[in-house]
Design a binder for this molecule. Structure first.
Ligand SMILES: *Cc1c(COP(=O)(O)O)cnc(C)c1O
Length: 453
């Protein structure tokens, strides 16, 4: 290790507050220090190599260490480091990025509002939806319906839109005007219903909630096409078409949060395409730049954009870094790589199905209740008794045992309760997928032994 870095752990404990962390516990345990990344691998300060089955935090879609991105950012930084987009000005990479994004989003989406993150993107559409309805002469259409166990970021609006109870408990959330319906989580909550019937049942909670609130008071429904942080919950096939039908029939905006699902993750450019529905608004971030620099945005359909452009006048919203030229240049290069290397097609036709088959091979394991995937977004549902769908008493522990064993064996996975989550870089090879499945099986063997005594 570099001599100057020898006390990074101590300095981290002394000076750095981590997101979503119990700092006392973390400081006692010590942080892992990651120093280098290459392809699908990261390296810690002891030189230990890990296969990153989680692409950082769902974002490093093109893999680590791509010099083309560094070069694009360097070039832009030398040319124009920063300029704002507030006062009648714009910068070339920002414009080209907006055009590039929308070229993949279907004929009804032609505009992007840029932000610095996925959370800001959710704050942005939340205001935009209300401004839209006010301009349409329906100022009472303000309430947004979201879902239990959804994730839409960590700002005040983002955390309120999210349905994480343990987040709401801190800071008196959700804010007014946001309500939640249930999630289409068949394995955990479907009871005796078939997945198809359960999917319809959960979608119809939206209809019931609109009836309860009154259609004239509802602005929008928001959901991730596939819940990410909530546990990679792939909804039954009946779910999304019914949601889209209800939004249309009741005249409320449909918002798909594409922050994880976008940019190839599911084997399509966007998650809504995976389910064949069309959103009115769609927040994006993460894979937009593959995490090389922070940038997010909202894709805005013509339905909303035409009103914003022609009726609203000033939309009093934006960020210093909206459309940051260096971040935009990096994102543009990232999308060029995704296109040129046909990564979306690769996920759809090759590594996505290959991962699905690998996961299926784990279904003979006594601890595996179900596996689910869409492209390179996948989950292994743990179970204590797979024939009855009985889950462990201590779900957290079951997941943590698998995760920690995998980590010790050089594979980074995430555990959300008793679901093991996979979201590797889109450049992952079949060989690396084999490795991921093999280490996961060992982790399952270990955890099964521990949990069943
Ligand atoms: C990560 C995430 C966000 C928040 O993005 P940040 O860049 O962390 O603010 C929002 N929505 C979804 C679906 C996410 O996964």
């Amino acid at each position: 290790m570099h001599a100057a870095l020898s006390n990074i752990g101590a300095l981290d404990a002394a000076h750095h507050l981590h997101p979503f962390s119990d700092m006392k516990k973390l400081n006692a345990a010590g942080t892992r220090i990651i120093e280098r990344g290459e392809g699908c691998y990261i390296y810690d300060n002891h030189g230990k190599k890990y296969l990153d089955g989680f692409a950082g935090l769902w974002c490093v879609n093109i893999g680590y260490g791509r010099k083309e991105i560094a070069d694009a950012a360097y070039k832009q930084m030398n040319e124009l480091t920063y300029y704002n987009t507030f006062f009648g000005t714009t910068t070339p990479p920002t414009v080209l990025l907006a055009q590039k994004i929308t070229s993949h989003a279907g004929p009804n989406i032609n505009r992007v509002f840029f932000t610095g993150s996925g959370s800001e993107a959710n704050d942005t559409w939340f205001r935009m939806a209300r401004v839209y309805w006010a301009a349409m002469g329906k100022p009472t259409k303000k309430t947004v319906i979201a879902r239990v166990n959804g994730y839409h970021g960590s700002t005040v609006a983002g955390a309120s839109l999210g349905g994480m109870k343990w987040m709401h408990e801190q800071g008196d959330l959700p804010i007014a005007g946001i309500v939640h319906i249930g999630q289409p989580y068949w394995y955990g909550e479907g009871g005796d219903l078939s997945p198809a019937d359960f999917g319809l049942k959960m979608a119809r909670e939206l209809e019931a909630k609109i009836d309860e609130l009154g259609e004239d008071n509802v602005a929008a429904f928001v959901a991730e096409p596939i819940q990410g942080a909530g546990g990679v919950i792939v909804p039954p096939e009946t779910y999304w078409p019914e949601i889209a039908r209800i939004c249309k029939a009741r005249n409320i905006l449909l918002v798909t949060d594409e922050v994880i699902c976008g940019f190839g993750r599911t084997g399509h450019w966007f998650g809504h395409q995976h389910f064949g529905v069309e959103p009115d608004l769609a927040p994006i971030a993460k894979g937009l730049s593959s995490g090389y620099l922070p940038i997010g945005g909202v894709m805005v359909s013509d339905r909303v954009a035409d009103v914003l452009v022609n009726e609203v006048g000033d939309f009093n919203h934006g960020f210093t870094y909206s459309g940051h030229p260096v971040c935009a240049a990096a994102a543009l290069e990232n999308l060029r790589i995704i296109e040129e290397e046909k990564l979306v097609e690769r996920v759809h036709d090759d590594v996505g199905p290959y991962l699905a088959a690998g996961l299926k091979s784990l279904e003979d394991h006594p601890m595996v209740g179900q596996t689910q995937s869409a492209g390179l977004m996948a989950a292994v549902q743990l179970a204590e008794n797979k024939s009855t769908r009985k889950r462990f008493e201590d779900r957290e522990r079951a997941g943590v045992e698998v995760r920690n064993h995998c980590l010790a064996n050089g594979l980074v996975l995430r555990a959300t309760g008793d679901r093991m989550l996979f979201s590797p870089p889109l450049v992952i090879t079949r060989g690396e997928i084999d490795q991921m499945i093999e280490i996961t099986r060992k982790g399952l063997d270990h955890a099964w032994k521990v949990m069943k005594g």
